[in-house]
Design a protein around this ligand. Sequence first.
Ligand SMILES: *Cc1c(COP(=O)(O)O)cnc(C)c1O
Length: 413
Amino acid sequence: MEAGRRWTRRGFLAGVGVVAGLSAGARRALSSIGPVLGVPPLTTANPYEELGVKAVVNAQGTMTYLGGSLIRPEVEAVMCAAAKHYVNIVDLHVAAGARIAQMLKLPEDYTAYVTSGAAGAIVSGTAAVITGNNPEFIERIPDLTGMKSEVIIQKSHRYPFDHQIRCCGIKLVEVETPDELRKAVCDKTALLFFTNYLNSAGRIKVDEFARLAKELRIPSFNDAAADTPPVSRLTEYVSMGYDMVTFSGGKAIRGPQCAGLLLGRKGIIGNAILNTSPYEDTLCRAQKVGKEEIVGMVKALELYLEDDHEALTREWWRRLDQIAAQLKRLDGVSTAYHVPEIANHVPSMQVFWDPRKYSLAPADAAKFLLAGQPSIAVGQGREGLSLTAFMLQPGEEKIVAAGLERMFRAHTV
Ligand SMILES: *Cc1c(COP(=O)(O)O)cnc(C)c1O
């Protein structure tokens, strides 16, 4: 450390430019951080509020920026039980994966792996097919000298999470047609990657892509992170022949937020484990999954598979209907429903309004609701707001309806 310069938390954060990017509230909280003993203890009542951060009513969906989804009491209970003992983490990973494969009735040569999330599954799955079980390769990645270094993806399937492929040192090779794909395959090809929610955007559809991978004998990966419900999707892509498929644990399955599922061929999953924490000189050491999350993920999936999904869907519609009924009383406000085919295949409601009757742009409407008390998060489109009800807690539909009504009344022209 430099002589004559005292290390302080504020000085350090300011020095690295972190403070500049924070919200005003976060900056205020940072400036009031005192010596440890002068800080009020957190209780279990509302730790967020005690930290000065507002809890949010989530009418938007399974958004990572809001904390994903809420675990159920049963999941919380097994996570607390898991926190009371030490365990060999690799043994636990293998056993949890076997249990998940059993619950999903995966084919004999498949198993599962609880990763830090779908994004983490993309990194460790890609690393697995690059390094195999070669210890030198595992230590050297993302320097890919002497290893396969290309992943083929459809041009229309490029998306933010392909950063998780590129961070393995990989060059992405873009193709559009089956012919281009065949020609792009060479001895450097490690993987064929499919972005499930972009299925309709690509010339090669999800089932044909899996067939091509098999024909060309290259491993295939399908990112289906937000693509359950329906439950059937959890096994559909393995049935098509994908060698690896990922789902987020902390979205509709309501597992721990920092967990996800990587389903895959046993050999590949074994190599994914070798590339990940607790092993230290690995690419994915930073993707640690705790014993509590591993066990919580198993329990969450068990509950999810046992759910009455039709009853849940009816309840989500009922909540949206209730909000719509209240909004109908407002002159010039209308609603419309829609269910995305893929990615969050759940009831969703758009709210529109006559701009001559309410002076409010959609972006300002979303901000107004988020800044309100209670704070309500909704999605925002070009023409209006977009709501889902599947992440609401029972009764919160009333809060959302009242919040929307307050907003419109406050902006009546
Ligand atoms: C949410 C999402 C991810 C990231 O999943 P995490 O579980 O948050 O890591 C990746 N791909 C898609 C398509 C997603 O929707």
